[in-house]
Design a protein around this ligand. Sequence first.
Ligand code: MN3
Length: 209
Amino acid sequence: MFTDSSTELQPLVLPELPYAYNALEPCIAEEIMRLHHTKHHQAYVNNFNAALEKFKKAESEQNVAEVLFLQKALNFNGGGHLNHSLFWTSLLPPQDFRPLQEGALFKKIEETWGSFENFEQEWVKSGLGIQGSGWSWLSYCPQSKHLSLQTTSNQDPLSNLGYIPLCGIDVWEHAYYLQYKNDRGSYIKALLKCLNWSEIEKRFNKAVG
Ligand code: MN3
């Protein structure tokens, strides 16, 4: 992502998807994936970069009011970029899906929610409970060393709350409405069959250190 060795924050670049736009069918339709990546995620990247440029100018002009004003746009669009970048790499084609059945993350999930099935049900409930647009997260707290399901509104990054995101489910309507209409629950259940658990487990192992 960084184009030189400077420590100054560089403009964001839309990451490529690690699979084709139709690869998550029938769980997620090609049209959704294409729009979600090329329009929605691209817009977060573009808008973050525009805000970043204004931020650098305001900073150089010692314009504190403008620096503060730009925080909202940076948080929203930068969060949108971080959240979606993690989202794409949390998914894989349904035919490649391998359920999580062993290992440290599996054990921690069983310890936390009693059973993996119960954990999945709670994750669906968490996503259904979000009012308006937002994300439902499987998260790790480095202070308490606990797993939990957290929710965030709009594009707020989970790291703002002090948690490490292991996997987020996008419950904005743009993520499912073309295919699932108002049935957010069926979308979340379908998405649970496209999760890349080996990638999520790597994030957990890194988080626990
Ligand atoms: Mn989205």
